[in-house]
Design a protein around this ligand. Structure first.
Ligand code: AMP
Length: 393
């Protein structure tokens, strides 16, 4: 299939202006594209780097028409944007990944059903349409289980653990309190995974694809804290993950950057937890440790340009700065300099003014000659962050 090429100088449209949109915009500007950012929040970081900024509601039809007039192609930085905007824009411009892909991915149940019906490995799951179905639905997958809203959840939001039968009543009550008409939930078996992994897959408009090295992730309270690359262990597993990733994105006929979040079972088997149709937090290490970042690949893929050859230039450990842990960097005092003095540290702050609990404020990537060195320095950094209050301002 011959893809239409969108040349540098054109305007690329991005829906959503958070840090992922900002990093996409910076990569696009470096390749001499212009970027139109549409995000209702005027403070959203990507607006600062945009050539054209649309701080307007996603339901504004006039903005939709102006945005479509301006851009040559549309992408998005987040799967929770309204799919109908993508469908409307697709009448006039290519949207990559397509609105059909977005619709499958943004509903957890549709996504798992798509994966399971195509023979891809996922945790056992079942669907429910009312909180009082919880007990019978959990029985289908067994205890312990995890109940998730089918839409709009991220970073562990909209999730309830049901470890045993006696938890059902309390979770049922919590579900009833947050229930809205027409809402559905997915109940999954709580997987006793050995570790969490992720892999980035890039697929061009011509169907060519490439993958990044397998990454190992640590989460706390459902939110990513640390990514280590390359994931330790067997190359055979990394190859299996890469094949799986390519197969999934081929089956979706996706164009753009995708991330598969995986669970590794004690047997070595891999299960897919979730697909993101965009660059991913666990791929931020690519900015400093790879020949081509995930954001440059996003630009190349949606523009029909050749994909960049992926090379890992250094082992890397990425540490997220979440909520209060970023305060020391916002003050920009001696404490900040002490932490930046740790060998291999590369700091990225997202330009968010207000610190909120669980908000991703930035990240630091540690590069090292070996993964073990990078891990030592990341540990020194995390210990320093934990003692942040004792460091001078
Ligand atoms: P999610 O928002 O679905 O990516 O979930 C956030 C985190 O919750 C994951 O990274 C896992 O740590 C955990 N999690 C989600 N689903 C499951 C599951 N079925 N079994 C065990 N842990 C899970």
């Amino acid at each position: 299939m011959k893809a239409v090429v969108i040349e540098p100088g054109s305007v690329l449209g991005v829906l959503g202006g958070g840090q992922l949109g900002a990093m996409f915009t910076m990569a696009a500007r470096r390749l001499e594209y212009h970027v139109a950012v549409w995000d209702p929040d005027p403070e959203a970081p990507a607006h600062h780097f945009a050539t054209h900024s649309f701080p307007a509601s996603f339901s504004d039809r006039h903005i939709l028409a102006r945005f479509a007039d301006l851009v040559s192609v549309v992408t998005y930085e987040w799967e929770n944007i309204p799919a109908e905007i993508c469908r409307a824009l697709e009448q006039r411009r290519p949207v990559r990944p397509s609105s059909a892909v977005l619709s499958v991915i943004q509903d957890r149940l549709e996504q798992k059903a798509f994966l399971a019906s195509n023979g891809f490995p996922v945790p056992p799951f079942a669907c429910m349409t009312a909180p009082d179905q919880l007990a019978t639905t959990v029985q289908q997958v067994g205890y312990p289980a995890l109940c998730k809203t089918t839409t709009a959840g991220y970073d562990g939001k909209g999730q309830w653990r049901i470890r045993r039968e006696s938890d059902v009543r309390e979770v049922e009550r919590a579900l009833s309190e947050s229930a809205r008409p027409g809402m559905r939930w997915i109940v999954e078996s709580l997987i006793p995974f050995e570790r969490e992994l992720s892999i980035l897959v890039v697929r061009g408009a011509d169907g060519q694809s490439c993958t990044y090295p397998l990454a190992e992730n640590e989460h706390e309270e459902g939110i990513l804290r640390t990514t280590m690359v390359p994931a330790s262990g067997f190359t055979a597993m990394a190859e299996r993950a890469a094949v799986l990733g390519r197969q999934v994105v081929d089956r979706l006929e996706g164009v753009g950057v995708f991330c598969l979040e995986l669970f590794q079972l004690p047997s070595g088997e891999l299960l897919i937890n979730e697909i993101a149709p965009r660059p991913h937090n666990s791929g931020h290490y690519t900015l400093d440790a790879c020949s081509v970042s995930q954001f440059e690949q996003q630009v190349r893929a949606i523009c029909g340009m050749p994909l960049g050859e992926v090379r890992l230039l250094s082992p890397a450990v990425m540490v997220n700065l979440i909520g209060d842990s970023a305060a020391i960097f916002m003050k920009k005092g001696v404490g900040c300099r002490t932490l930046l003095d740790i060998p291999g540290a590369v700091l990225h702050l997202y330009g968010k003014r207000e610190i909120r609990p669980r908000r991703k404020m930035g990240h630091v990537t540690f590069l090292g000659e070996t993964l073990s060195l990078a891990l030592d320095h990341a540990k020194q950094f995390r210990d320093g962050l934990a003692n942040g209050s004792t460091l001078p301002d």
